[in-house]
Design a binder for this molecule. Sequence first.
Ligand code: HAM
Length: 415
Amino acid sequence: MSFRTPKGTDDIMPPESRLWRSVLRAWDILAERYGYAYVATPIFESTDLFARGMGETTEVVEKQMYNFLDKGGRRLTLRPEITAGVVRAYIQAGRWGEFKGAYSGPCFRYERPQEGRRRQFWQLGVEYLGTPDVEADLEVIELGYRYLLDCGLGDVVVHVNSIGDPPDRLAYHSVLSAWLEDRADQLSRDARRRIRTNPLRVLDSKADREVVAGAPVPVDHLGEAAAAHHDDLIEGLQERGIAYDEDPRLVRGLDYYNRTVFEYIPPSYRAAQNAVGGGGRYDGLSRLLGGPDVPGVGLALGLDRILSAVGSRPPARALDVFLVVADQDRRSLAQAFARRLRSAGVRCDLVAGRRSVKAQFRAANRRDAAAAVVIGSEWDAGLVTVKDLSSGDERTMPAGEVVPWVKGVPVGGGR
Ligand code: HAM
């Protein structure tokens, strides 16, 4: 019998895992620079949290959740996203002031698997709770945009829209329902069902794209406050030099949003209408989940989609240095030297046990080290031989110079 990954899931193995890790690390660092503190919430939560938070009639809740009963009969769900969990954690912690949280972790949706659409996928995100100010929307959009530029997606465009406040949405819903009702015979079965329950969801139904192309749009039905918020948002995007497109059809697939909604779309993804990330304002979510009346805005990016949009970049070497012990009596010296290098921040390894020099060089190449450092008889004079494994160049240097050499600091003639 042989075991494989479940359908729609992936192993993250070297060498790809190196790029994967560095992209994750870059997210933590950038989010921290913008003042977001790391948060981690459970991978499963009560089913009702997601049903209520994301909306009972959304595609994700109706069709894509991994629901299960635990041995105690509790209804639980593998998280399909992280926002509801973070807002739940915020409410539960009871510190109801301003809160800026950043996260990354796996999410689960039962989708038809394809590239960029997985059943287990990673999200990187932030949530900014406690302020209704448009500057918070702008900060969140800017953070995601900056990050995608840093990842190499230089031509990403932020699609933005406003879906208004709840009263605006009610008014808009009746206009939209009437419009859809008139065309019910051209709509899919799911869309017809949603005319009454959740007409906004018909707008992002892929099956009904052609029919709804001429439907009335939310921005034409905004109240005064939401319209002013949206104007300020557009002005702020221009001020910040963020490439954006006003997209009146963008409504997002989740019910908790009001006012600002946005998605990051690299041009290479435009045809499939796939976003590498998205988010928006959700001023009613905390109250909906039983918490205080606290506004919020946030975003989440899909790690799998970022990596496939970036394409394959030659990943950095796995190791800086592989130690080759030419003289087996010096094994414990070599191990002490490895400890010294590692303490100085050098990624360094050596084989376990006695092996021939040839076998150790083979291991150095297999392990994708940038250089081999040979420890032999010249060690007695404080020297090692360093071989650049890309160019094959060899030189002898004092053992004390290996660290600056690895780090690219010029030592006596440089590298
Ligand atoms: P979302 O648009 O459903 O929003 O997901 C955010 C991102 O997660 C997507 O743009 C995509 O990159 C990635 N993603 C979603 N589903 C999959 C999948 N099956 N396979 C691979 N990647 C996927 C949210 O989840 C909201 N919680 C975002 C948010 C945060 N809104 C406010 N705060």
